[in-house]
Structure formats: structure tokens, C-alpha cells
Design a protein around this ligand. Structure first.
Ligand code: SAM
Length: 430
């Protein structure tokens, strides 16, 4: 018999607490359940991560003492139940009964009394008023403090945007349809949508839909990609005959956007060090009928992959804290540590330094992150420009984001794009 849904959700949450991302641990968990239960499991796991810090504070206040380490999964089971009590329409008696059932199924029948008691009290007494910003906005304390420090006027709007549901945004494959043509296809299919404000090929859907309901999706008409991520092609100044490097490419969203934006490029080389993520690049290229040269390598170790020919354009979409995309990946709140940021900044500057050396004179490098921390963004660019006196920083003439002096920052917008950072650097001709 299949395990109860809430038991599976509790195990997923435990795996996230132990360091796995939802994109790692959720797919195998979904596969264990009948198809009809899968959307609910997904909603429980995403919602419980999104509200983890607030719910965890409440649970701590309701427990006389923490559960034994071996019973930790029951702590997560109660968080999932609290998520449902506080944020779903599910009838509370069903939440209680099914959570107690799941407690048994997890092999912890001795804890059913505790679970029942805690949840009954939670139901009767209602949600406590959060007494810290970390609890109110449901983020780790360090993130709230860092955002408050970095963005004194915007920190609470950023935290609120991180808790909002992100829209589903598409990138129309310009080789197949114009945006106007594809909007008409969507209208015919009864899918309400509008053009994005800044990305020329972007379309935002009013409601998310499964991709197989999108007209011609399997044939490569569109891809799912946030508007901010789509902006990379507008900054690269692509032209026929160029050799382009996408240095941190998986799952290939930007590689494909580049190839769609300028079909006559001489070559696009796409690199990623994560072997497990490269097949996603291949799948995307195949569906869109595009081709690129792929290498599984550390982009910063040129001996592993570089053939000695310099590039006209380089997109460096570095590994980062991903704090601009928390609304799409709420597990980041649990996975990221404050101590990650300094080593990430070291990796980012190191990659920038190395890849600069293989940019042609007259060439352009676009540095990108999906972070909202200046430490990974304009401060990296400032440090780099100080070291590389010859690098010319271009201020793109665009209507989006904020000018940070050394690059542009987009903050997550609850009505449209994710948080992102871009900087454009050019190497002088001689
Ligand atoms: C922000 S994601 C890239 C997203 C991708 N550009 C897209 O638009 O679909 C960063 C990627 O960098 C890869 N990565 C991290 N360090 C790397 C390195 N030293 N060399 C190459 N890839 C690296 C990670 O595996 C991850 O896939």
C-alpha cells in the first residue's frame, strides 16, 4: 500500500533539512505516489518550506521539549500539518486524522498522542502572532538581517515578494513564432496571457498550466523561463559569426535563449561542472532543435575543456546564493547558510578572472546572478574592475532594474520577474 501523503511530505522536508534540495528529493517522492496525489504532495512540500521558519517557531512554542533526534521526522510531520491548518482550505479534522495516521505509518505509534495533542491545541488556539521579523516573513534570521542591512528601503518588500507565488513566464522561440503569433495561439487555447514588460520574447500567463497544455510546446515553440533570466540575450549584443561561451549553462535556459536570439552564431560552447545537470541541457536543445558544443568541466580550469580559441561573447551565470529566486525555490531558505556567501563570492571572482582571459579583445562578457546580495553582485564587479584596470564597464541603456554603479539589480517583483543581477564588461580592442 502507498504511504500516506503527509508521511511522504514529512520525509521530503527532513531530507531538505539534511541538505537536499527539493529538486533532488521531490521527484523520487512524487514517483512513489499515485498521480492524483502528486499535486498535493508538491503543494505541501513547497508550502511547508515557504512557511517553515514561521511554523517552526510555532511548533517550538507548543512542544515542552524537542523530539529525540530519531523522531525528527515527526517534527516535520507536525510542520506539514501546521502548514495545512494555517495556509490551506483543508478541514482541520481531516488534517488531524490523517496526520495521526501518517505518524503510525512512519513507525512512530508512541507519538500519536503527542501529535494529536499539539495539533488540537494549535487548531483551538489559532496562529500565534509572530514576534520576530524572521517569523513574520518566514525567513532565517541571518537573511532578514543581511537584507535589512543591504536594502534598508526594500528589505520587507523583498521578503514579501519571496513568499508570493511566482508567475509562469514563457520565452517564445523566435525561430518559430513571433510573440504576437504565440499570444494568439494561447488565446485560441483559452490560456490568458500578456507580453512581459522588458523581455522582448516573454509572455506571462495569468495562471500556471502544465507545459503539455501549451500549444506546440513539445515542438519547441516556447520554453518556461523567468523574464529576468531572459534579459541576458538583450545584453550580449549577439551578431552572426560570433563564438559564444555559456560558462555555467545547466539546465540550459540561457544557452537556448542565446541560440534562438541569433541563429547565425558560429558556435555556442556550453559548460557545466555538474554531470547530472547536463542531460537537461541536451533535452532542452533537442526539443528546441538547437545545437551547442557541451562540456562537462569546471569552467575555471581551462585545461579541462578549452581548445585555445578565444570567445567574442561570454555569459557567466555564476553559481550564487539564489536569493533572487526564493519564491520559486523556497527550500533555499533552509539550505543556504550565511557562511556560504563568502566562499561563493570567491568562486564568482575566480571564474570571472579566468574567463576574462579567454575573451577576445573587443569582446563582451555578461556577468549574471540570481542573487540579491551586493556581495555577489556589484561588489564582485567593482573588485574585478579594480584588479583588471583594462576592463570597461558598460552601463546598458535599459528600462529595468536599478543602476548599482557597477551593474544592474532587479529585485523580485511580486507581479513579474525574479531577482537578478547583470553587469556588462568589455575588453578593449588593443
Ligand atoms: C545559476 S546556474 C546556471 C543556470 C543556467 N545558466 C540557465 O540559465 O539555465 C549555475 C550553474 O553553474 C554550474 N557550476 C557551478 N560551478 C561551476 C564551474 N566551476 N564550472 C562550470 N559550471 C559550474 C552549476 O552546476 C549550475 O548548473
Amino acid at each position: 500500500m502507498a504511504q500516506p501523503l503527509r508521511a511522504v511530505a514529512a520525509e521530503v522536508l527532513l531530507a531538505v533539512e539534511q541538505g537536499q534540495s527539493l529538486s533532488q528529493c521531490l521527484p523520487p517522492a512524487l514517483a512513489r505516489l499515485p498521480g492524483t496525489d502528486r499535486p498535493t504532495l508538491q503543494a505541501l512540500c513547497y508550502g511547508s518550506c515557504r512557511w517553515f521558519h514561521r511554523l517552526d517557531d510555532e511548533l517550538h512554542s507548543r512542544l515542552k521539549r524537542p523530539l529525540r533526534p530519531g523522531d525528527r521526522v515527526i517534527h516535520h510531520l507536525m510542520l506539514v500539518a501546521l502548514f495545512q491548518l494555517r495556509f490551506s482550505q483543508q478541514a482541520s479534522y481531516a488534517v488531524l486524522n490523517e496526520t495521526v495516521e501518517a505518524c503510525r505509518a512512519l513507525g512512530k505509534p508512541h507519538l500519536t498522542g503527542l501529535v494529536n495533542g499539539v495539533l488540537r491545541a494549535a487548531e483551538r488556539q489559532g496562529a500565534p502572532t509572530p514576534n520576530t521579523d524572521a517569523s513574520r516573513y518566514s525567513h532565517p534570521d541571518w537573511m532578514v538581517e543581511k537584507l535589512r542591512h543591504n536594502w534598508p528601503d526594500d528589505w520587507s518588500a523583498i521578503l514579501e515578494a519571496n513568499n508570493a507565488q511566482a508567475p509562469m513566464t514563457l520565452r517564445v522561440n523566435a525561430r518559430r513564432f513571433t510573440r504576437t503569433e504565440y499570444l494568439a495561439q494561447l488565446a485560441e487555447a483559452g490560456i490568458a496571457a500578456s507580453p512581459t514588460r522588458f523581455a522582448p520574447h516573454g509572455i506571462q500567463l495569468e495562471q500556471p498550466v502544465p507545459v503539455d497544455q501549451l500549444p506546440w510546446f513539445a515542438d519547441g515553440a516556447v520554453s518556461v523561463q523567468d523574464e529576468a533570466a531572459q534579459l541576458c540575450t538583450t545584453l550580449l549584443d549577439l551578431a552572426p559569426g560570433q563564438r559564444v561561451l555559456d560558462a555555467c549553462a545547466a539546465p540550459g535556459g540561457k544557452t537556448c535563449a542565446i541560440l534562438e536570439a541569433c541563429p547565425e552564431l558560429a558556435e555556442v560552447v556550453a559548460i557545466d561542472e555538474a554531470a547530472a545537470r547536463l542531460p537537461r541541457v541536451e533535452e532542452n536543445l533537442e526539443r528546441l532543435d538547437l545545437s551547442a558544443t557541451l562540456h562537462q568541466a569546471d569552467a575555471g580550469d581551462l585545461d579541462q575543456w578549452w581548445d585555445g580559441q578565444a570567445f567574442d561573447r561570454i555569459l557567466l551565470d555564476v553559481p550564487c546564493s539564489a536569493t533572487g529566486v526564493i519564491r520559486r525555490h523556497p527550500d533555499i531558505k533552509l539550505l543556504r547558510r550565511e557562511s556560504d556567501i563568502l566562499p561563493l563570492a570567491g568562486i564568482q571572482l575566480g571564474l570571472l578572472d579566468t574567463l576574462w582571459s579567454i575573451l577576445k579583445p573587443g569582446g563582451r562578457l555578461v556577468y549574471a546572478t540570481c542573487s540579491v546580495f551586493p556581495q555577489e553582485n556589484h561588489r564582485i564587479i567593482q573588485r574585478f574592475c579594480k584588479q583588471q584596470g583594462a576592463a570597461v564597464l558598460r552601463a546598458p541603456d535599459v528600462a529595468w532594474g536599478r543602476d548599482m554603479g557597477a551593474g544592474r539589480q532587479l529585485l523580485p517583483d511580486p507581479t513579474s520577474h525574479d531577482g537578478f543581477f547583470y553587469a556588462v564588461l568589455e575588453k578593449p580592442d588593443s
